[in-house]
Write a protein that binds this ligand. Structure first.
Ligand code: HEC
Length: 201
């Protein structure tokens, strides 16, 4: 049997809650209503994109001080031209040696960023090209021209691009670029080539 007193209490509680819900709404759409924990909504610090009266240009976000670089960032002092590429070939040396872990990482990044065009084996038959999605034949990384490239020249090519190939400097970290170069060397070693055509490192 229903307890009528309990029903009355439930009924009253429901009515109170229902009217609270009614009054918590506001037809004025320009009013955000009440905030719960307002100190978490409104920061006392200036928001990144908010106006800021403390600076003459009125912006909160500041430009880096001229001549400074982010921590761990090594500026790349080369430009996208043949002369600069040759200079990179003479000046830059691969800081890694082909240890198993280095080659593993090299294969990983090569497969992600390069194999689509240059092919899993590096001979220029990547799926983007063979499927007709990329109309230009990507250069082979295992032919005699590629064998004669120095590590620094390949690093330059990855970083700044070359001709029709886009720059990959913003996508591949410098360490990973060196590691994929060692992996490309391994691909070159795997391919049977003319005697004495070993890569110049
Ligand atoms: C979208 C397709 C594409 C991707 C992705 C790509 N390349 Fe290329 N790559 C090319 C093309 C096309 C050329 C030839 C460019 C030219 O000569 O105009 C080229 C040229 C090169 C060369 C110069 C070869 C030579 O004989 O001088 C190297 C080295 C190279 N790529 C390495 C890489 C590496 C390493 C990656 C991965 C980070 C990569 N490429 C990603 C299309 C690509």
């Amino acid at each position: 049997m229903y307890n009528s007193l309990r029903m009355k209490i439930y009924g009253t509680a429901f009515l109170v809650l229902f009217s609270l819900v009614q009054f918590s709404c506001n037809r004025d759409r320009n009013h955000p209503g009440w905030d719960y924990f307002p100190d978490m909504f409104y920061s006392t610090a200036y928001e990144t994109f908010s106006e800021n009266p403390n600076f003459t240009d009125g912006m909160t976000m500041r430009e880096p001080v001229p001549g400074t670089v982010p921590r761990d960032f090594v500026p790349f002092g080369y430009t996208a031209d043949a002369e600069s590429r040759a200079r990179a070939g003479n000046e830059l040396a691969n800081p890694f040696s082909p240890a198993a872990a280095v080659l593993d990482r090299g294969r990983e990044v090569y497969t992600i960023f390069c194999a689509g065009c240059h092919g899993i084996r590096g001979n220029g038959d990547g799926e983007l090209f063979t499927a007709g999605l990329y109309s230009l034949q990507p250069k082979s990384l295992t032919d005699s021209i590629a064998l004669s490239l120095k590590d620094g020249e390949i690093f330059h090519t990855i970083t700044l691009g070359l001709g029709f190939m886009g720059a990959h400097g913003s996508q591949v970290l410098p360490d990973d670029r060196w590691k994929m170069i060692l992996y490309i060397r391994e691909l070159q070693d795997r391919l049977p080539g003319p005697a004495g055509s070993g890569p110049q490192r």
